[in-house]
Design a protein around this ligand. Structure first.
Ligand code: GEK
Length: 244
């Protein structure tokens, strides 16, 4: 996996364009996400734990919005049941190209298919584990219900969805507190005020966070019987949602 440092927003720009997952982002993505998502390493490490516990024999595990394949690799190393395969999906050609190289260089035995495709277009079938680590947030909010419903419908009994997202807070004081702490985290990770401000601007119309309640409600409406908040650090969280 590439280890280049993310300096994409280090130079001041008159105009900041909307964020896209292009070649430039893919080449620094590992560094970018580790320094931008507090607890990212924990979420990835625990993805392995979830896969180990919930993957079922002869089922499919999905990594939706796989980027460079960190969650795919975690699942691949965690799955210990026979007959499983992983389908990793991303709609960024640059990410899929690099992800395929990362997977090819890994010698775990679980078969992985990396697909260049919109997660909304991939059929979900015979699923025991579906991982959506920080991806639903990039879908237009009016498409999110259908996406979650499709995942629910594709589960086998006992299936688990790992849904990790940046979140917003209904209470304005709490929103301010979590955002301030998040920006402190980014500064501690080596990002300058200019980088933080420009990245924020670039993501403004692209990454649309919702509240924890909104996520829970959507999952419930889709049919998920239980949702547990198993991780939260500032304005980032992860839910485990169970079909039954
Ligand atoms: C990780 N899960 O390292 N269809 C397919 N892919 C999409 C779509 C879409 N509609 N929208 C966005 N993406 C990863 C990190 S990053 C999170 C996920 C972040 C892809 C997009 O190309 C990018 O690779 C990924 O979702 C989101 O565990 O950058 O904050």
């Amino acid at each position: 996996m590439t280890k280049s440092k993310d300096t994409i927003y280090s130079e001041y720009r008159e105009r900041v364009a909307d964020f896209i997952f292009d070649e430039k982002v893919a080449s620094v993505f590992d560094d970018m996400i580790r320094r931008s998502v507090p607890g990212y390493a924990t979420v990835i490490a625990m993805t392995k734990v979830f896969a180990e516990h919930y993957a079922q024999a002869d089922s499919v595990c999905y990594d939706l919005g796989c980027s460079l394949g960190a969650s795919t690799l975690a699942m691949r190393k965690g799955i210990d049941k026979p007959g499983c395969k992983i389908i990793a999906v991303d709609n960024s050609p640059a990410m899929v190209k690099q992800c395929s190289e990362v997977i090819a260089a890994d010698d775990s035995i679980v078969p992985v298919e990396v697909r260049l495709c919109d997660i909304q277009d991939v059929p979900i079938e015979n699923a025991s584990v579906v991982v959506m680590n920080f991806t639903l947030q990039f879908l237009s909010p009016d498409r999110r219900d259908a996406m979650i419903q499709k995942i629910y419908d594709g589960f086998r009994p006992g299936g688990v969805l790992l849904l990790s997202e940046k979140i917003a807070f209904a209470d304005s004081d709490k929103q301010m507190f979590e955002t301030d702490m998040y920006h402190e985290f980014k500064k501690l990770m080596g990002y300058s005020d200019t980088e933080v401000a420009q990245k924020r601007k670039a993501l403004e119309k692209v990454l649309l966070p919702e509240t924890l309640d909104a996520h829970r409600m959507r999952l419930k409406n889709a049919g998920f019987a239980k949702t547990y908040l198993w991780f939260q650090c500032f304005n980032f969280m992860s839910l485990a949602a169970f079909k039954e």
